[in-house]
Each structure stands twice: as C-alpha cells, then as structure tokens.
Unconditional design. Structure first.
Length: 149
C-alpha cells in the first residue's frame, strides 16, 4: 500500500494470521483473556500495546477469534473508555514533540514541513472520527491549543 505523503510503498510489516480459528496452543479461556485485557489496560497500556503483549506473552494471535469480541469492545464493556482514539492521540503527541523541537531549532525547515504533514493527517483523521461519532463534533485541533496541553 502506498504512503500518504511519500512516493514509496512499505515492504516491512507484520502479517496477520490467516487462520480464523483458535490457535491449538491457546490454553486460556475467553474469560481469562478478557480479564487479562482489563488488567493490562489498568496498568496503563494502550490497546495496540495490549494486543502486542497478548500475542507475545500469552500466545493469543487474534483477540477477536479467541473471545468473539474486539479488544475495544471488551474495554468498553468494562467501563474503560479512552477520550480520544489511539491513532489520533499519537499523531497529536508527535505534533507536540515537533513543536517543542521547532521552538529551540527554528531554522529546521525540513521539520517545519513534517509538522505540516502531521497536522494534515490530524485534520483528515479528525474529520473521519467526527463523522463516525468517535470524537465530539466540536473537537478541533489547533497548534496553539496543543502546545498548552
């Protein structure tokens, strides 16, 4: 798949398991897996980090196959809700880090362009999340407000 702001195609990536059946080495019950997800979330892990830890340490290839629910559905059922989707939050954090860098290195023109591209991604993604009611309709990214947070 092509990149948004580059003329390249990525080659390096992990591949999802093709089998939609429960792995034969999985010994945990669906209730144990969902309890583990809630515990890991209370430790402060993001959903993507929870999925990685479940895959690497607990041998759960796909949460949806093992529990018949997505990871975010399990978190929502247990009252754990994030105020902003994870990918949007990561982009905002990246923009904040770049703004801090540009305050001290104001002649770094390459990263000024990088900040513009990141902010374009933030606006595009926020439009999608507003349309699907994942964030409030009045949520707005402004670089000045993001600097204050």
């Amino acid at each position: 798949m092509a990149r948004i702001h580059a003329h390249t195609r990525g080659k390096s990536h992990s591949i999802r398991p093709t089998s939609k059946s429960i792995s034969p080495w999985l010994t945990s019950s669906p209730a144990e897996i969902s309890n583990t997800i809630v515990e890991l979330s209370k430790e402060g892990l993001r959903p993507s980090a929870i999925g990685t830890r479940l895959r690497d340490e607990y041998g759960v290839a796909l949460v949806r196959v093992a529990v018949n629910k997505s990871l975010s559905e399990i978190l929502r059922e247990n009252g754990i809700k994030e105020e902003m989707p994870e990918d949007l939050n990561q982009l905002v954090q990246k923009a904040l880090a770049l703004q801090r860098h540009l305050r001290t290195h104001n002649s770094d023109h390459r990263n000024v362009r990088s900040l513009e591209l990141i902010e374009a991604k933030i606006h595009r993604l926020s439009k999608y999340y507003k349309r699907n009611q994942k964030i409030p309709k009045n949520w707005k990214y402004a670089s000045v407000i993001a600097q204050l947070e």
